[in-house]
Design a protein around this ligand. Structure first.
Ligand code: GLC
Length: 575
C-alpha cells in the first residue's frame, strides 16, 4: 500500500497471557491456549501481538518481576510451546513483540540472589546498594524505596515493589547480560519489544531527597478525594514532587540508542515501543524508539472532541518537528488502566461510546494498540474481598490504610477494588459456559471471571450476532486495512470548535477520507461542503455504525445519527 513499515500500518493487540486462554484447565492462561486462539485473532483482523511478560516469575507484580529472562513461565508452557506460538503467528502474518523489563528483576532472579549474598561477590554491583538508606525516596508500589537485606547487611533500592530490585545500569556487565537476553528472543524471530517503565532506569546521581510531605498511602488517599481541577492539579504535583529524582534522569537516551542499534543489526524490521509518552524517546526520529505511546490521549476522565483535537495538535506537531519525522501511536487501554468501556462510558450510552472510542483509535493517524477483551466490551470487575486481590500494589495499599491509617476494612476494600489493576485483568470471556469458557467449569480461575459473560459479553455470543461490538471491530478493522487514507493519510481537523462531534480528514495521495465521530445523543445536520478538500465533491460511504439507506451522500447536508461513527471517501470528480 505504501512504503510505510509494518509497525506503522499495524493494529497491535495486547495479550495478557495469564488471562487470555487456559488450555490445560489450571485456571491460568498459557501458550497452547493463545495458539489455539490465533485463528480468532486473524479473523478479528489484527496484525501484531504484544505479549505482557511470559517469563518465569514469582508473580509479585504479575510477571513484571522476572526471575529468568530467557525462558517461559512453567504455568504458560515450555520454550517449545512459545516457538510453536511464534511460528503459528507468523504463518498467519501476525507479528509478535515481547515485553522487556529493563529497570528491575525479581528478587528471586539468580543475579539478585548472588548480589545480595555478600558485599564482594561477582555480582555485588549489579544492583543499587547502600549501608543505610541514603535518602527518603519512596517506592511507587509499596512505600519505602530502600529494603534491608540481612545477608549482606545493606539496603537495596527499588522503585517498584521490594520484590523488584532495581538493576544498576551503570555496570557494563548488567548491560551485557540484558542485551544477551534481548538477542536471545530476536534470534528466535520475535519482531520487537515493548519497553517497560524506561523512565525509571536511572536515578538522580546526587540522591537528592524529595520534599513531599506525603507518603505513598497518604498520597493515594488524597488522590481518591481529589475532585476539583485544582485538587487534581495538586494531586499530580505531589506525585511529581515525590518521584522527580527517581524518574526521567539522564542516561536513558544513550541506553535506548544502544538497544536500537542491537535491533537494527537484525533485518531492519524489528521495532521498539516505549511505555512512555515522551517524544524525546524517538531520539532524532531514527536512532531510539520507533514508537512511544500517546498516553496523553488516555489521560482524561471523558474523551471529548476538544480533548482529542488539542491532543492531536500537540502530538503531531512534536513528531513532525523531529529531524526525522516520527510516527504516532494511539491507544486507550492496557493492563494498567481501567477498561475503556467502563472508564470512558457515561453509564447511559456506554455501548455506543465504546464504538466511538474504538473508531477513534482506529482512524487517528498512527499505529493502533488494542487491549484483549475490549473488542467484546469487557468491563472493570470490582473485587469484594481482599483474599481475591492478586495485584500486590492493591493488597499492600489495603493493609497499609487499614493498619496504619485506621480506615474501615469495608471502605478500604472499596477503594482497593477501584485502584487495583485486577479489575481490568480478569480472564477473557470466550463463551457463556461456566468460567466464561476461559477455563473448564471445574477450574478455579486465577482471578474471578466477570459474571457478565452470561449477559452477552463473550466472544461466542457476539460472533453469532451481526450487530455485536465484536463484529463492529472486525468490520472497522477490515475497512481500515483497505483504506489508504486511514493508514497513511495526513490528519486535517475540521469544524474545530464543535463540542459534540469530532470531524477530520485523512488525506493520502491515493485517497481522502472524511471521519465524523459523534459524541452527541442528538442527531446532527452538518455541512462539510466548504473545506477546499471537499468542495464540489461527493462522499461515498466507507463505514457507518448506523443504518444508512444510501452510500452516496452530499457533504452539504450530512445527517449524522446520535453517537454515529461515519467514514466516507471524498470522491474526486470523474475524469
Ligand atoms: C509497567 C507495567 C506495569 C508494571 C510496572 C513495573 O508500568 O506496565 O504493569 O507493574 O511497569 O514493572
Amino acid at each position: 500500500m505504501s512504503n510505510l513499515k509494518w509497525w506503522q500500518t499495524a493494529v497491535f493487540y495486547q495479550i495478557y497471557p495469564r488471562s487470555f486462554a487456559d488450555s490445560n484447565g489450571d485456571g491460568i492462561g498459557d501458550f497452547k491456549g493463545i495458539t489455539e486462539k490465533l485463528d480468532y485473532l486473524q479473523d478479528l483482523g489484527i496484525d501484531a501481538l504484544w505479549l505482557s511478560p511470559h517469563f518465569p516469575s514469582p508473580n509479585w507484580d504479575c510477571g513484571y518481576d522476572i526471575s529468568d529472562y530467557v525462558n517461559v513461565a512453567p504455568e504458560y508452557g515450555t520454550l517449545d510451546d512459545f516457538k510453536t506460538f511464534l511460528a503459528e503467528s507468523h504463518k498467519r502474518n501476525i507479528r509478535v513483540i515481547l515485553d522487556l523489563v529493563l529497570n528491575h528483576t525479581s528478587d528471586e532472579h539468580p543475579w539478585f540472589l548472588e548480589s545480595k549474598s555478600s558485599r564482594d561477590n561477582p555480582k555485588a554491583d549489579w544492583y543499587v546498594w547502600f549501608d543505610t538508606p541514603p535518602n527518603n525516596w519512596l517506592s511507587c508500589f509499596d512505600g519505602d524505596a530502600w529494603t534491608y537485606a540481612p545477608e549482606r547487611g545493606q539496603y537495596y533500592y527499588h522503585y517498584f515493589m521490594k520484590q523488584q530490585p532495581d538493576l544498576n545500569w551503570h555496570n557494563p556487565e548488567v548491560k551485557k547480560a540484558m542485551w544477551d537476553a534481548v538477542r536471545f528472543w530476536l534470534d528466535l524471530g520475535v519482531d520487537g519489544y515493548r519497553l517497560d517503565a524506561i523512565g525509571t532506569i536511572y536515578e538522580d546521581p546526587n540522591l537528592t531527597p524529595h520534599k513531599s510531605k506525603m507518603n505513598l498511602a497518604e498520597w493515594r488517599r488524597f488522590a481518591e478525594r481529589a475532585k476539583t481541577p485544582q485538587e487534581k492539579k495538586l494531586r499530580d504535583k505531589y506525585w511529581t514532587d515525590m518521584f522527580q529524582y527517581q524518574w526521567g534522569q539522564p542516561g536513558v537516551h544513550d541506553l535506548m540508542k544502544e538497544l536500537r542499534s542491537i535491533l537494527d543489526d537484525y533485518d531492519g524490521d524489528r521495532m521498539l515501543v516505549g511505555e512512555d509518552d515522551n517524544i524525546a524517546y524517538h531520539g532524532n526520529g531514527n536512532d531510539e524508539l520507533h514508537l512511544v505511546f500517546n498516553f496523553p490521549l488516555m489521560r482524561a476522565e471523558r474523551i471529548t472532541p476538544g480533548h482529542i483535537r488539542s491532543n492531536q495538535k500537540q502530538r503531531l506537531a512534536q513528531l513532525e518537528a523531529l529531524p526525522t519525522k516520527s510516527w504516532p501511536c494511539n491507544t486507550l487501554g492496557n493492563h494498567d488502566s481501567p477498561r475503556i468501556y467502563t472508564r470512558y462510558g457515561d453509564k447511559q450510552h456506554d455501548a455506543a461510546l465504546a464504538r466511538v472510542h474504538a473508531a477513534l483509535v482506529l482512524t487517528l493517524k498512527g499505529t493502533a494498540f488494542l487491549y484483549n477483551g475490549e473488542e467484546i466490551g469487557m468491563t472493570d470487575y470490582m473485587l469484594t474481598d481482599i483474599s481475591q486481590v492478586k495485584d500486590t500494589m492493591g493488597s499492600w495499599y489495603y493493609h497499609t490504610i487499614v493498619t496504619e491509617m485506621g480506615v474501615h476494612p469495608g471502605e478500604a476494600m472499596r477503594v482497593t477494588a477501584e485502584m487495583t489493576r485486577d479489575k481490568n485483568r480478569t480472564p477473557m470471556q470466550w463463551s457463556n459456559n461456566t468460567n466464561g469458557g476461559f477455563s473448564p467449569a471445574s477450574a478455579a480461575t486465577w482471578l474471578p471471571v466477570n459474571p457478565n459473560y452470561k449477559e452477552g459479553i463473550n466472544v461466542k455470543d457476539q460472533q453469532h450476532n451481526p450487530d455485536s461490538l465484536l463484529n463492529y471491530y472486525k468490520h472497522l478493522l477490515r475497512v481500515r486495512k483497505k483504506a489508504p487514507a486511514l493508514i497513511e493519510g495526513e490528519y486535517v481537523p475540521l469544524h474545530t470548535t464543535a463540542k459534540d462531534y469530532f470531524a477530520f480528514l485523512r488525506i493520502s495521495e491515493k485517497q481522502t477520507a472524511l471521519v465524523v465521530l459523534s459524541f452527541s445523543r442528538e442527531h446532527l445536520e452538518l455541512d462539510f461542503s466548504r473545506p477546499k478538500e471537499i468542495k464540489g465533491r461527493d462522499l461515498s460511504l466507507l463505514f457507518s455504525s448506523a443504518v444508512r439507506s444510501s452510500a452516496e451522500l452530499s457533504p452539504k447536508n450530512l445527517h449524522i445519527g446520535a453517537f454515529e461513527v461515519f467514514i466516507a471517501e471524498v470522491k474526486y470528480p470523474p475524469r
